[in-house]
Design a protein around this ligand. Structure first.
Ligand code: IMP
Ligand code: MG
Length: 187
């Protein structure tokens, strides 16, 4: 049984289990495999958060594929987006004429994914689609769809399975969410 976790005085409660994640990642891969049959997509991970999700997803993909990474920074060490997206590492692959799948851990305000869409579209991909393990319901201010979504979640701060809190706890095997104020760990 997953336990409550305390970090810097904040309590996080179990939210999405390893089993639920594994099952959903496989389901997403079934859709992607069908949609990209006979093609050679490039999976573009958004570092740092997406590295665990992408690693699991890619191993369920059975079409020829390639991979590359963007590295963005927007949150700093806070739990609330700074509203500023910085490009820390650009792509090293040729995007023109290719089928591109951008892979995110979570879409929150949508700023990061909109920023990435803008960069990639300038390079004339053949197709461009978006995958996100998590999507904060009603929050993203984007005018385009996230094509493959693992879980729609309430707008709570979540950690684990790649998602950090002040750069820590990315290594948790399941996903936890910030408990409401005053929540106390049951003994
Ligand atoms: P957005 O630009 O607001 O959509 O946020 C995108 C990035 O912020 C994600 O790729 C995550 O890396 C990070 N992020 C957003 N929400 C959370 C959260 O609840 N926990 C941890 N990181 C988050
Ligand atoms: Mg991210």
């Amino acid at each position: 049984m997953a336990e409550f976790i305390k970090i810097n005085g904040d309590t996080f409660e179990p939210f999405i289990t390893e089993e639920q994640i594994r099952k959903r990642v496989k389901e997403l891969a079934v859709h992607i495999n069908a949609d990209y049959a006979g093609k050679t997509p490039i999976f573009i991970g958004v570092l740092n958060g997406s590295f665990i999700f992408l690693a699991d997803l890619i191993r369920e993909i059975n079409v020829d594929c390639e991979m590359d990474f963007f590295k963005l920074s927007s949150y700093g060490d806070a739990k609330i987006s700074s509203g500023q997206v910085k490009l820390l590492k650009n792509l090293n692959c040729e995007v023109a004429g290719r089928d591109i799948l951008v892979v995110e851990d979570i879409v929150d305000s949508g700023l990061s994914i909109a920023f990435i869409k803008n960069i990639i579209e300038k390079e004339n991909p053949k197709t461009l689609k978006f995958v996100s393990l998590l999507l904060k319901k009603g929050v993203p201010k984007i005018d385009f769809p996230i094509d493959y979504v693992g879980f729609e979640i309430p707008p709570d701060f979540v950690i684990g399975y790649g998602l950090d809190y002040a750069q820590k706890v990315r290594n948790l095997k399941s996903i936890y969410r910030l408990s409401p104020q005053g929540s106390i760990k049951p003994e």
